[in-house]
Design a protein around this ligand. Sequence first.
Ligand SMILES: O=C(O)CCC(=O)C(=O)O
Length: 297
Amino acid sequence: MHAAIEAEWRQQLHEQGYFVVPDLLDAAEIARFRAVIDALIERSRGVTRSDAVYDLEPDHSAERPRVRRVKAAHRVDPVFAEFMQHPRVLHILETLLGPDVRHQYVKLNTKAADGGAPLEWHQDWAFYPHTNDAVLALALMIDDVDVDNGPTLVIPGSHRPRRVFDHHRDGVFVGAMDPRRGEVDFRRAVPITGTAGSVYVFDAFLVHGAARNNSSRVRRNCFYEFMAADAWPLDGIHGDDLKAVLGPIESRRVLGDAMVTPRLAEVPVRLPLPRPSGGHYGSIYEVQESMPVRFFS
Ligand SMILES: O=C(O)CCC(=O)C(=O)O
């Protein structure tokens, strides 16, 4: 039974670049996530601009909280960190990435009802290239997701052959592909829909984006970035002090051992540098704001 499902995951990831696992969490487990997220959104009423925790929509207010993202969610509440040790999550990770696995970052994209922000087309690999390509994202649907409330959109098969599309403009990293270049046929986009508690996994090279939330229902998906422990980040370690490298690597261990012996593979790399305005950006939403030509808006 396990062997058949594992073979199917591997095949779908290889051929399509993604797959869905329906109903990985049950209603009680999802209710716990929702209670934590509701409290976080409530707390955002007292926040007026994006900070280390919240990425806010431009029209966010105390009366009508509009949160785009809760950043580094695994550090904000244990419910997000504990999910990484869920036996069914570990089963997926071990099957796809082997016995030693690290996580990098956890972000909760809380796409608000009635217009929650879209995300432009991109490859995660453009944001965090590694020494080898055993890198993927696993996303948990906190709500039912359908075509109206802003699903993730993927271009099946766009992860192979391995290539990194240009996410720069005028020599500066803008975190999005220029839709005018015609490198990918976006008409082939497939929405990833499913019931709350479902999970989807996608390859770091897969071209994806997300539609605007045109419904009156919120869409909250939590994204986990995972990699084999021997895939070493080429652009530093996201969200950590680069001077203290091994500490953060060890603290991101999910399964097996941390490693200081990266595996070097022939992978295409274009570093996400320089950043817009020469400096720091807090989230993909913020970096994509410097993109003058949009697909979704
Ligand atoms: O929110 C989504 O559906 C897509 C998220 C994504 O691609 C990202 O945050 O990098």
